[in-house]
Design a binder for this molecule. Structure first.
Ligand code: GLY
Length: 378
């Protein structure tokens, strides 16, 4: 869909798509799953679940908080509270990916519903993340229980760890904890140095020297090659900096980073607005898209549009976000509300053309905003 065509999507068009995506949330909720939904079979709708939420379960809770906010249906809120309780054992788990779990699983509930358990869990996870901060490296490394830590050593970090910053910034404001705020900002600053190339492209991972903290190599866990731009590396950077810039408007470098990585995305994304799984993967008719990476990017662009002081730039980000969301709805959102064509882990041939819970979450967030159901920034 062209940008002009997406501009023509009316509020009722966005509402129709929202209803479809919401229908999938209701359907998933009615399944009474015994674990957190992780990835779904787009043909059967069957979820592969995780018992402990992995790094992905917070997005399911986030969907429930968002659905409750937008519809006023208390069943969603009750469900969110039940699933949140199941996240409690993860508060102390040694992984930087608690940023994902507790920003979307808990901060969202604290902001949208003033839920005190959600606020408490988010604060405790943020305090525990602060303890994981590595003074030598100047950031929070992966941690021994992170998804990818099994294949690497101690001195490793990922850009997908950046969402720890908005979680800690939110908690620092909530707890009036300046030390936590400082660590959160240092994590974001150093992540920029570790992963962002001078041209704004983002490399997923880096190793550092445990004695000096210097970067010794850059590489990837899930991308095409060690020097390629894996789609979700770029998208997580866009989101992490945009969220952080929204929480800390007095730190203009956060907004500069957010625009740098967003501009790179917009300069490189295919003309039809949906990214392949890696920007450097050779494109053939078989090359997989990653709808989830595009959904994350669209959500980040909407956030940037809301906070950027230059109204012309803000409008450009908004137009791009609408175009990306419209393309996802038109070509990848199925009639039953399943967002297909997410590419989780192609190197291990795992869920390469599937529904992914975080893709669902970010599309739902975009549709909530574009259809006028969500006015708040978080
Ligand atoms: N580890 C985050 C991702 O796979 O996107």
């Amino acid at each position: 869909m062209s940008e002009n065509a997406s501009a023509a999507v009316t509020k009722s068009g966005w509402s129709e798509a929202w209803e479809r995506a919401l229908g999938r949330v209701s359907e998933t909720s009615a399944m009474a799953l015994d674990g957190f939904p992780h990835y779904g079979d787009p043909e059967t709708g069957k979820w592969t679940t995780t018992p402990d939420a992995f790094w992905t379960g917070g997005f399911w809770i986030g969907e429930l908080w968002l659905a409750a906010h937008a519809t006023g249906d208390e069943t969603f809120q009750e469900q969110a509270a039940i699933w949140l309780k199941r996240l409690e054992p993860r508060i102390e788990s040694r992984t930087v990916f608690r940023g994902f779990l507790f920003y979307y699983g808990a901060v969202t509930g604290a902001i949208l519903h003033n839920d005190s358990t959600a606020g408490r869990f988010a604060a405790r996870a943020a305090q525990s993340l602060a303890e994981q901060f590595d003074e030598t490296a100047g950031l929070i490394p992966l941690g021994s229980q992170a998804e990818e830590a099994h294949s690497v050593g101690d001195g490793e970090a990922n850009i997908d760890g950046l969402p720890a910053t908005p979680l800690m910034l939110w908690a620092a404001q909530h707890l009036k904890d300046d030390d936590m705020r400082e660590l959160a900002l240092r994590h974001a600053r150093r992540s920029g140095e570790f992963f962002i190339r001078p041209d704004g492209g983002v490399i997923q991972s880096a190793s550092f020297d445990n004695r000096t903290g210097e970067v010794t190599r850059r590489y990837t866990h899930k991308g095409y090659s060690d020097s390629s731009i894996w789609t979700r590396a770029q998208a997580w950077a866009m989101l992490g900096y945009a969220l952080s810039a929204g929480i800390e408007p007095g730190e203009p470098w956060l907004l500069e980073r957010a625009t740098q990585v967003a501009d790179w995305w917009l300069d490189h994304v295919p003309a039809d607005h949906v990214a392949y799984w890696d920007f450097d993967a050779p494109v053939t008719p078989e090359t997989k898209r990653d709808s989830s990476g595009t959904a994350i990017a669209a959500a980040a662009l909407l956030k940037l549009a809301a906070i950027h002081p230059d109204r012309a730039k803000a409008e450009g980000y908004r137009t791009a976000a609408r175009a990306a969301t419209a393309a996802l709805v038109e070509r990848h959102l199925r009639p039953n509300g399943i967002l297909g064509d997410g590419c989780f882990d192609p190197k291990n041939n795992k869920a390469v053309a599937n529904e992914l819970i975080w893709g669902d979450y970010f599309l739902l967030e975009c549709l909530a905003k574009l259809s006028g159901r969500l006015a708040m920034e978080f």
